[in-house]
Design a binder for this molecule. Structure first.
Ligand code: CA
Length: 232
């Protein structure tokens, strides 16, 4: 995973520069805004670039809660609120508006890092989850280009991998031959749709080696579907 890109919103300059240099020292990328309006503007302009926002509550202009609320309308980016001790009773309101966590000032920098790491792990798990498809003992890791069937690794060619991916995306939904052809070979392919059958056959043979060939089923005259289960 790439280093996290953080947006720090803090109007106290000495605190901000301290936090920022510590974060950079830990390998995080950071941007710094000193007030609510500019923070919101920066975020909205490049919202896909930030992984986490460290947001001070008391800010000139828009306060942190208002900023958080507006960000939540357009993004699920994690937000850690930095708040003075006297505001801890208000933090319940803050958590209701979609904050992920808060930290009370003054804090030890290690405590801030610990909270950031919790969110970092969560983000990592989410990105791993979205890269792995699972169905009936088939596990397809898209990032690593790996396929496990019943915990046994099988080697697939890019085309076999592409076909299996189309079937795994929507298991138990019948995929037509020309659908698979378009998805895997692209719309420019002018050959026969039975090329799909050829690759399904090789794919099935590889599944057969691990005793799972029944999972790829033929729907006569239509196409293929991933369905059923194998015997243990
Ligand atoms: Ca402040």
């Amino acid at each position: 995973m790439e280093p996290l890109n953080l947006l720090l919103v803090e109007d106290e300059e000495s605190l901000a520069s301290f936090i920022q240099s510590e974060l950079q020292f830990e390998g995080y990328q950071t941007s710094w805004e000193t007030n609510g309006e500019s923070a919101l503007e920066t975020f909205l302009q490049q919202k896909d670039q930030f992984d986490l926002i460290l947001l001070d509550w008391m800010l000139p202009g828009l306060d942190g809660i208002t900023v958080a609320r507006r960000i939540r309308k357009v993004s699920k980016v994690p937000i850690i609120m930095m708040t003075a001790r006297t505001q801890t009773t208000d933090i319940v309101t803050g958590l209701d508006t979609g904050l992920d966590d808060y930290i009370t000032k003054p804090f030890e920098i290690e405590e801030l890092f610990a909270r950031i790491r919790v969110i970092e792990r969560r983000l990592q798990e989410q990105s791993e989850d979205s890269n792995v498809l699972e169905y009936q003992g088939i596990k397809m890791d898209l990032a690593r280009h790996q396929v496990l069937v019943k915990n046994e690794s099988i080697e697939l060619t890019p085309k076999e991998f592409g076909i299996l991916y189309q079937l795994m995306r929507e298991p138990e939904v019948v995929k037509k031959r020309d659908e698979l052809l378009n998805e895997v070979w692209g719309y420019d392919y002018f050959g026969q749709t039975n090329v799909v059958d050829v690759y399904i056959r090789t794919l099935r043979n590889k599944f057969k080696e691990v005793g799972a060939e029944d999972l790829i089923q033929t729907v006569r005259g239509v196409g293929y579907v991933l369905r059923g289960s194998y015997e243990n």
